[in-house]
Design a protein around this ligand. Structure first.
Ligand code: ZN
Ligand code: ZN
Length: 279
């Protein structure tokens, strides 16, 4: 499978030049299966250029599938500007872990309300929007991807996803996860054990964590610890803090890698990165 990063930032968009190396768009990944199908992960602002690119490429997709981790705004805010929602004869399938799915559709509906948008209601969209809920630990087939949702420790219902392609390659997407509750974290380690590539929340440094404990995010150190416990060959640090300009991420990276001596490869994920699995 192929994974293209359209947004690696957490919390809010950072358009300034000092963020341009790692990128300022919020969470969105494009996954392309070995069979050529596209699965989109989250609808942060990165989904806006992705939608534009899909339209420009003349790729004909009638059914778009978006896998949603949760409804915090940094994972949703691009949706009203995702061009395919304005196309006739198009369906947008939003797959999410099981929480109150009517609340999820209501949250989406609010994105288009008069107070925020000229669209007024989702009913005015040309595309048909459908919501599909999933249970934790169950296996779902979305096109030729196999998806397993696993709950993370966050401040609202949030799911990590293990995604397997027909070619056997596996990807773990664990964003917005605080490593504090061993019961939740051990389930994550177990389900994602041995994935070819794992993206993991690494929003904070240690001093930030001391005052942001309980906000549902991990330090880079804890993310690496989790990656090692999962026995993944490649860990991607993801969901970068808006307080971390490029120079800050570079210095965190250099400090960590200076004393790091394990085999697991560590990447600090950048917008525009492309990964091909299996490596
Ligand atoms: Zn987030
Ligand atoms: Zn969140």
């Amino acid at each position: 499978m192929e994974i293209n990063v359209w947004g690696a930032r957490g919390s809010y968009i950072c358009p300034q030049r000092s963020y341009s190396y790692y990128g300022g768009n919020t969470t969105c990944l494009e996954m392309i299966s070995s069979g050529g199908n596209t699965l989109i992960l989250d609808a942060g602002s990165g989904i806006i250029p992705l939608g534009r690119e899909i339209i420009k490429s003349n790729k004909i997709i009638k059914d778009f599938h978006i896998l949603l981790t949760h409804t915090h705004i940094d994972h949703l805010q691009g949706f009203p500007f995702f061009m395919p929602i304005y196309l006739q004869e198009t369906k947008i399938h939003i797959h999410c872990g099981r929480w109150d799915v009517s609340a999820v559709s209501q949250t989406f509906e609010r994105l288009f309300a008069t107070q925020y948008s000229p669209i007024k209601t989702m009913k005015n969209l040309q595309a048909e929007i459908q919501f599909h809920e999933m249970d934790e630990f169950e296996i779902y087939n979305i096109m030729d991807f196999q998806v397993i949702p696993v709950r993370t420790q966050h401040t609202t219902d949030t799911y990590a996803y293990k995604i397997t392609d027909e070619d056997g390659s596996t990807f773990g997407f664990i964003t917005d996860h605080e490593i504090d509750n061993p019961d939740i974290n051990n389930q994550i380690i177990k389900e994602f054990y041995g994935c070819n590539l794992v993206f993991h929340d690494g929003q904070l440094d240690k001093s930030e964590y001391s005052w942001q404990k309980g906000w549902g995010h991990s330090t880079v150190e804890k993310a690496i610890e989790n990656g090692l416990r999962m026995n993944t060959p490649h860990l991607g640090i993801f969901h970068h803090s808006p307080d971390h300009q490029d120079a800050v991420i570079d210095s965190i990276r250099n400090d960590i890698l200076a004393s790091y001596n394990k085999d697991m490869k560590i990447s600090f994920i950048r917008e525009g990165d492309k990964f091909i699995l299996p490596i």
